[in-house]
Design a binder for this molecule. Sequence first.
Ligand code: 2M8
Length: 438
Amino acid sequence: MKIKKGERKKLIEESKKVLKQNHEVYFTKPSPTLYPNQYSWDSGFISIGYSHYDQEKAEQELITLFQGQWKNGMLPHVVYNKTRKTGEFPHRKFWKISLSKNSTSLHTSGITQPPIHATACKTIYQNAKDKERALGFLEYMYPRLLDYHQYLYNYRDPENEGLVYIRHPWESGMDNSPLWDGIINIIHFGKEIKYKRSDTRHKIPLLQRPTKKEYDVYIRLIERFKKSKYDEKMIYKKSPFIVQNVLFNSVLNKSNKDLLWISKKVDGPKSQIKKWITKTTNSINKKLWNRNEKFFNDFNVVSNKKVHGFASSGFMPLYSEDCNKKQAKELVKLLSSKAFKEKRKSFLIPSWDIRRDEFKKYNYWRGPIWININWFISKGLSKYGFKNKSEDIRKNSIELVKKSGFHEYFDPFTGEGYGTKKFSWTASLLIDFLFKKK
Ligand code: 2M8
């Protein structure tokens, strides 16, 4: 597929229109109806899109997000819309974050999401027309980013392994991935909790969303956090969901590298960041690499076992450049195998091994293609010299949007769009793909 000049221009205009429509006063929501509040990693991707044509909006996006940062450095996964009530569940009061001595006065969730933000800040600086202003932005963001990374290493890496854990499936960003089935299936929490989902009200077929059982677990975990007053030590001791996730740690380590780059720009301390980088690279390689399956696996800290199965997140050390050349070759082999590609005409990258029973081509993170994952992996492949494969994924992503619009996720076989429409990160990352330097 060749992208013609006129076509490129049109797609960029359409992408900008999606972002414009989703823009609220100080931030951009992920989609018009399904997600009316600010989401952490969504805003990271969104700011990367803006960085190509609106420096001010790109900076504003992250400045607003970090206003929700907790006293202990945690960056919450949702910062609720300050300008209007939105009727989303879990709603702003559900989290009861004031139970924590570390929370903020804004309404936020009590969990985090993959820490893409240092990478987004570096990108904003690199694409900025007004470098002086961008330097001021980096100076403002640097201590906040550092606090966030420090929180992750202080509280989410209690054994000092160089690997941080997630404590809720929503923290992975890949909410209902089959990766969590083994944990979800054995969680017993006692009496039923009553709540009303809001994600099922938006005319999206239920089969494209998580199940009731999955949602029960999401909500019950939050209830546990409230019971522990969001005390990280207590949660670590008692929670059934403590996972060292490949995607989260790869995104973190890429951000560590970009934070080091920022610290050079703003003349900040570097030695701690360098230590994080070395330790996390080593641990991703030692603990998360599965020699037999030749793939990166998450680690379930509670059961002390690897989490098996081929999820698209297992390719992420390509993005953070944390794998060696031999591993990279193995990953490319797998990406081209029947686990991820059925026939010549199918699209890359399904979020789960297409040969498995758990694979559902339309169900959220259990099979469909997501543009953010394609963006990560395409970037990573290019770094390791797999230019053609990287280009295939970039072109597949553009083709999917051209064919079906700015959907949240896509069918790996037909390219049909699923989930919500006019999805912000599909638009913003398409802009980045289309602005790719020749
Ligand atoms: C999805 O997650 C939220 C909960 O955090 C949801 O299902 O309501 C995920 O795809 C997540 O990665 C994303 O950040 C969020 C908003 O786009 O939606």
